[in-house]
Every structure is written in structure tokens, then in C-alpha cells.
Write a protein of this length. Sequence first.
Length: 331
Amino acid sequence: MSKKIMLSGVQPTRAITLGNYLGAIKNWVKLQKEYQCYFMSVDLHAITLKQDPKELRDATYYGIATYLAAGIHPKTCNMFVQSHVSEHAELGWVLTCYSTMGELNRMTQFKDKSGKQGDHIPTGLFTYPALMAADILLYDSNAVPVGADQKQHIELTRDIAIRMNNLYGKDTFVIPEPYIAPVGAKIMSLLDPESKMSKSDVNANASVFLTDSEDTIRKKIKRAVTDSGSEITADTKQSGVHNLLTIQSCILGKSIQELADSYAGKQYGHLKVETGDIVAAAINPIRTEIEKLMGDLGYLNELLKKGAENARERASKTLARVYDRLGFIPR
Ligand code: TYM
């Protein structure tokens, strides 16, 4: 029996955060054996906001190097760049026509991101969830492992797919399921544990980046905002402490309660220092491996070429099926 399909992606950036790693990439690594996998660096998405071309090219390679360094197997998983498979843009257009302004207007990510753009909101920022739906539906994806902030986009993907299946036949699209891990789906800012850790945070001390040195990681976590109390418990109301325990839990595979119990009678400082050590130990080998891979773009280009070929094979079949159902004359 053929394996079920898993697909996901991260926007190309050198500022991949601990949140991206623990909320998404680490779960891909864990689940990769159970599925046939497609992992993208989503450059078409990146241009919904202004990009420097040189930096974008570098960040696109950096994304793929990160997947590899985190432990994604190049022999069994397909890794590719979104723009290398033109079916994404084509199906994206179709799905733009089958989504509504009302639906797209409800997307909280659009509200957040457009709010920072003043009067000049790129149209692509608004229609982006239809492109993300195309990313997912093109591969007949069953599972989409993401952090909590992407759940709404996957629900929209399902709504569009169900709508089109009702119009054009039940087997037009496979209805995907989000995979959101019970722990780590929303890693919080180190400086404001009520908000999500985000690459776009203006204060670099709010996030740990995979590019950060061991020393920087330790310093950032040492300065993490904790609560006014002094006891370390698993109570979610202690949001700063809870965030550090969550980070440890994702890395060590221990429950939050178990970790909280191990800190009974200890100080916040203790928790911070140990969390810093644990995060530094987890990130160090990944950072080193990314640097090594970034020194061999020839290898990455080969891998991307093969990845895009495999992706195209599947994506072109889905697109042909959809075009046929819509009534387009075959090419
Ligand atoms: P992006 O690049 O914003 O984020 C990449 C992944 O990281 C997760 N994430 C987090 N998880 C836990 N805690 C956090 N603080 C945190 N911040 C980010 C995100 O949920 C995501 O899983 N639109 C997507 C990229 C995309 C995609 C797709 C994903 C494009 N097409 C198809 C899945 C399937 C995005 O902008 O993710």
C-alpha cells in the first residue's frame, strides 16, 4: 500500500526561529518515515512582502539547508522550491476564483500583517491563503504539519476543497488534515510571553534564531521575561515559565508536568540557565550543519532539481484533473 502524503513549508528567511523549528520542522523530522513527504521553501509566498533579491535567493537555499540539517532525509523526502513547480501559481489562481473576499478577510494573519503595511497593502498578502491551499491540494496531501498560527489557513483549504468537490466531483481534491502537535505549536516571545515568537519581531532578543551562537542563545534565554511569582509550576497562567518548560519539553521529550516537578523548590534563574543550555545543545549541531551545506550550493541545486521533478510529476496530474473538470481544453 502506498504511503499517505505529508506536505509543509516555511517562508525563506535567514531568521528561522526556535518557534519554526519546534512548532513545524522538528515534527516533520519525527513523522517523515510514516509518509511520502514534500517540503518546500515557499518563495512565491515570500514576495507578498518586499524582498531584496540577493537575500531572497540566499534565504531560499538556507531554508532547504535547514530542513536537511534538522534531519530531513534527502533520499526519501522531496525538498523543492515553490517557484520551481509552476503548477502552484496556476492552481493558486483557480483557487483564488473559488475563495471569497469574506473568507480571506477573516484570516487573522492577513489582519496582522496588513496592519503593518500602512495604505499600501499588496494584493498578494490578501490572496496568499488561496496559494497556500494550492500548495497543499496539488499533492493530494493527507497531513499538513504546522504550528497553531497556520490552522486557520488549513481550515480554509479544506473549505475550498469541499466546495469544489461538491461542484466537480468528490475525487477532485483530497481533503487534508492539519497536524498540530499538542506541545510546542505556539512558542511564545521571550520578552512578551503573551505573544507568539515571530521572525518579524522588531526586537531580536524576543526570539532565538537558528543562526544564533551558543553564547547568544544563552544570553537571550537568561533575559527571558518570567512572571512575578517565584515558584515553578506547570500552570499555563505563568506564561513565561510555561514557555520555557514547553521549549524544554519539545527538545527533551519529557512532559511539562514532569519538568515542572523537577524544578520544585528551585529558582527561575535555574530554569533559565538550564533552558539556555538545552536549547544551545539542540541548535549547535544544526547551525554547524547549515553552514556546511550553505558552502555547497552545487549539492543543494542537484537536490532541488530532483525534488522539483518529483513534485511536478504529482502536481501536474492534479492540475490536469482540475483543468479538465473546469472545462479547459487539454493542452
Ligand atoms: P511561516 O514561514 O510563517 O512558519 C513556518 C512554520 O512555523 C510555524 N511557526 C511556529 N510554530 C510554533 N511557534 C511559533 N512561534 C511559530 N511561528 C511559526 C508555522 O505555523 C509554520 O508551520 N504560510 C506558511 C508557509 C506555507 C505552508 C504552505 C505551510 C506556505 N504553503 C503549505 C504548510 C503547507 C507560513 O507562512 O509559515
